[in-house]
Design a protein around this ligand. Structure first.
Ligand SMILES: Cc1cc2nc3c(=O)[nH]c(=O)nc-3n(C[C@H](O)[C@H](O)[C@H](O)COP(=O)(O)OP(=O)(O)OC[C@H]3O[C@@H](n4cnc5c(N)ncnc54)[C@H](O)[C@@H]3O)c2cc1C
Length: 330
């Protein structure tokens, strides 16, 4: 489960939406069957027994194969979650992240570039009968609405208007981050209100390459100074077998870089993309990147199977737009 719950199930599946946890795949990995309306108006069921190739492709279909009208997902019973948010030195969490991610259910961290601290989120699954232990509503509101949204908006705007203040503002934001512990239903813990507009690039790296990738990201900020206010986010996912899944065939660490919508940050995403690509990174299908079909084909062993199934499902390319054509080479 990702950061928000505003997506449709079909949209989340079609772009490979994921959360964090080395024992858990993103949404696509939980799909066990679909019904699709194809370009010719016909309806088809696809699962591991019937139309199996179409099934494999449509578990992450980019909207290119047809309209998903029904989806069957592997589910678990309702559960509660212990949610801990702590502040740690960036060196400590960066160096221990992979090892700790293997032990925790859902571990992630946010780092304001240029500061020495990170906000670490540790979420642990509990039985669904465990009673909630929530801080008072006023404290939650202060954290969710004022600290995470109102203050973030204000600091982001100042940073964009006066880039030289960014390092100081990042330190202020980092110092304001509260530490907390609570027990709440899973859906309340995973998702947050995201009212500050930003753009994002996220790459999926082989887990074994995380340490080097993150060290290079930190070195970039040290070299270039910090013109960027928005935090870097780090997550993981279990290996899955989806054809175009960013975690297909490998345990995965994700590094996401963000820019406030009005922040120019020239060269930032390009520099990050160069690091991620040199270490075998695959871009999130629903976020910014510059790759096209030829490069994507190198990253996914099943890429040509996908394009073959796509060609058979939608020979006239009715579901394609210029962007999809560039991704699929169609
Ligand atoms: C604030 C914010 C936070 C986010 N957090 C995360 C996160 O934590 N983790 C993460 O992985 N991603 C995250 N995302 C990305 C987001 O999950 C994806 O962009 C997702 O695809 C959006 O879903 P949607 O329903 O809006 O789909 P759309 O953007 O409407 O569509 C996405 C794709 O799905 C296709 N599609 C939609 N419906 C169907 C259908 N019925 N049949 C076939 N194809 C269909 C569309 O054609 C399109 O190609 C975030 C995005 C935002 C804006």
């Amino acid at each position: 489960m990702g950061d928000i719950d505003k997506q449709s199930v079909a949209g989340a599946i079609s772009t490979g939406t994921h959360g964090t946890g080395l024992r858990f795949s993103g949404f696509s990995g939980t799909v066990t069957g679909v019904q699709l309306m194809l370009a010719d108006g016909s309806h088809l069921r696809a699962n591991s027994q019937e139309n199996t190739e179409l099934f494999e492709a449509s578990r992450l279909g980019l909207g290119a194969l047809g309209v998903l009208t029904h989806v069957r997902l592997r589910c678990v019973p309702h559960y509660m979650m212990r949610a801990e948010e702590i502040i740690e030195p960036i060196g400590l969490i960066a160096e221990s992240f992979v090892e700790r991610a293997r032990e925790e259910d859902h571990l992630e961290f946010f780092w304001f570039p240029g500061t020495g601290k990170a906000q670490v989120k540790i979420n642990t699954r509990l039985d669904g009968q465990v009673p909630a232990e929530q801080p008072p509503a006023a404290a939650r509101w202060l954290n969710d609405e004022v600290v995470s949204n109102g203050a973030l908006q204000l600091l982001s705007s100042v940073s964009a208007a006066l880039p030289k203040t960014t390092p100081a503002l990042a330190k202020v934001a980092c110092a304001a981050l509260p530490e907390s512990s609570r027990i709440a239903p899973w859906n309340e813990v995973f998702t947050s209100a995201r009212r500050v507009r930003f753009t994002e690039m996220e790459y999926a790296l082989p887990l074994a390459n995380f340490d080097e990738a993150f060290a290079r990201v930190r070195a970039y900020f040290k070299r270039s100074g910090t013109g960027v206010f928005f935090p870097v986010e780090v997550r993981t996912a279990a290996e899955d077998s989806t054809w175009l899944g960013t975690a297909s065939g490998r345990q995965t660490a994700y590094i996401a870089v963000h820019r406030y919508i009005r922040d120019q940050a020239p060269g930032y995403f390009a520099a990050m993309e160069e690091i991620f690509r040199s270490l075998g990174g695959r871009p999130h299908w629903g976020k910014e990147h510059t790759l096209q079909a030829g490069e994507l084909a190198q990253l996914y062993p099943k890429f040509s199977d996908f394009t073959r199934v796509h060609q058979a499902a939608d020979p006239e390319g009715r579901f394609l737009n210029p962007y999809l054509r560039s991704l699929l080479g169609a």
